[in-house]
Design a protein around this ligand. Structure first.
Ligand SMILES: [Zn+2]
Length: 338
C-alpha cells in the first residue's frame, strides 16, 4: 500500500505527552506506484515513541510508505525524494485508538486529522467499519487504517438484525451455541478482523447494571473458539469482575473498560497476556452534565466508577499488564458510548 501517514504535532512538550491527541494533524499522501513514493521530511523535531526524548532538527526519509531512516539536518537529500519542509513542527508515530465506534465518512476523516492512523472498531450497527476499512485500504478515502469488528455479538441485536439477511434466526436473541456461532461467522464473512462481545451489561443506560455478567464462561468460550477457527481474536466488553474473569479464562484478547477488575482477574490477565483497554475518558462523560449520558443515575454512577477505574488502571500498569488506549466514541465531538 503506497500510503504514508505521518502526524505532525505542533505544540508537543516533552513532559506533557498525554496531551498528544487533539492537537495533532495528519498529512496523508495517497500516491500510486508511478508517482513519487519517496519523501524527505526536513526541519522537523521527532518523538519516536521509543526514547523518552525529542530528536531536534532531523530529516525523516520515507520510501514506499515506510520510514527508511532518520538523518541529520544538512544531510544531502537525493533527488529522488520529494522534500516536505515541516517548518519546525513535531513528528510523532501515528496514534492508535483501539476502541471506537467509527461509522461514517466524516468521522474517519476527523480521526485521521487528530493524528489517529489506526483504529480498532468496537462495533457499529451495519458493517460501516468494514466498508470504511475497504475505502481506506484502496486509497479512495483519507482515513485511519481500520480493524473492523462488524456488529456486536450481544444477547439482543435489536435493530442490528437488519444488517444482514442471514441474521434473521437471531431475532429473538443470541444465546445458544449455534446462534453465537452464526453471528461470529456472519461477521467474519462480512470482513470482521476482530469479534466484539459482551461480558457484562452497559454502563451508559440507567436501567442496566454494568457489574452484571451477561454471557457465561461457556458462551464466551464458544465465541472465542469459533472466531479462533478463522484466526480472529475477540475483544470483550466487561465492567464487572465476574464477566471479565470469564472472558479472560475464555481466551479474550482484550478486556474493554475493566472498571471493577479485582486483583485476581488482573493477575490472570497478566498471566495470559490479555490487554486492558480502559476507555477512561468516557467514564467522565457520565459525571458531566450534557453529552450523551445525562441524568441523575448516570452522574452518580460515573462518580462511583471513575475512582474504581483509576485504581484498576494504576494497578494494571504496576503489574505490567499491557494497556491500550480507546476513546470509545465515533470521533464525533459530542457522541460517546460506554
Ligand atoms: Zn464501546
Amino acid at each position: 500500500m503506497n500510503r504514508t501517514f505521518l502526524s505532525f504535532y505542533r505544540t508537543l512538550l516533552p513532559s506533557t505527552l498525554r496531551v498528544l491527541s487533539g492537537v495533532c494533524f495528519a498529512i496523508i499522501f495517497a500516491t500510486a506506484q508511478e508517482q513519487i513514493p519517496y519523501y524527505a521530511f526536513t526541519n522537523v523535531h521527532l518523538f519516536d515513541g521509543v526514547e523518552n526524548a525529542i530528536k531536534k532538527d532531523v530529516v525523516v526519509f520515507v520510501a514506499n510508505g515506510k520510514i527508511e531512516r532518520i538523518g541529520k539536518k544538512g544531510n544531502p537529500i537525493p533527488r529522488l525524494y520529494q522534500v516536505i519542509d515541516c517548518e519546525g513542527k513535531y513528528l510523532i508515530p501515528g496514534l492508535m485508538d483501539v476502541h471506537t465506534h467509527l461509522d461514517n465518512l466524516a468521522a474517519a476523516r476527523r480521526a485521521l486529522e487528530t493524528g489517529v492512523t489506526t483504529v480498532r472498531s468496537a462495533s457499529v450497527p451495519a458493517f460501516q467499519d468494514v466498508a470504511l476499512a475497504n475505502l481506506v485500504k484502496t486509497g479512495q478515502l483519507a482515513g485511519p487504517d481500520m480493524i473492523p469488528c462488524g456488529i456486536y455479538v450481544t444477547p439482543k441485536l435489536g435493530e442490528t438484525i437488519l444488517a444482514d439477511t442471514r441474521l434473521a434466526p437471531l431475532l429473538s436473541g443470541v444465546q445458544t451455541d449455534d446462534e453465537l456461532r452464526l453471528l461470529v461467522n456472519v461477521n467474519i464473512d462480512r470482513g470482521a478482523k476482530v469479534i466484539k462481545t459482551r461480558g457484562t451489561e452497559r454502563a451508559g443506560l440507567p436501567d442496566t447494571d454494568p457489574r452484571q455478567q451477561t454471557y457465561t464462561l461457556a458462551q464466551l468460550r464458544v465465541i472465542v473458539e469459533e472466531a479462533a477457527k478463522r484466526n480472529v481474536p475477540v475483544m470483550v466488553h466487561a465492567h464487572g469482575d465476574e464477566g471479565a474473569w470469564a472472558a479472560v479464562l475464555a481466551g479474550a484478547r482484550s478486556i474493554e473498560h475493566g472498571t471493577f477488575l479485582t486483583e485476581e482477574t488482573l493477575q490472570l490477565m497478566k498471566e495470559r497476556s490479555t490487554y486492558l483497554v480502559p476507555t477512561f475518558s468516557t467514564l467522565e462523560d457520565l459525571t458531566l452534565p450534557g453529552g450523551d449520558y445525562d441524568g441523575p443515575v448516570l452522574h452518580l454512577r460515573g462518580k462511583f466508577m471513575m475512582p474504581m477505574a483509576e485504581k484498576v488502571i494504576k494497578r494494571a500498569h504496576s503489574l505490567g499488564i499491557r494497556i491500550a488506549t480507546g476513546v470509545d466514541n465515533n470521533t464525533h465531538p459530542t457522541a460517546r458510548r460506554a
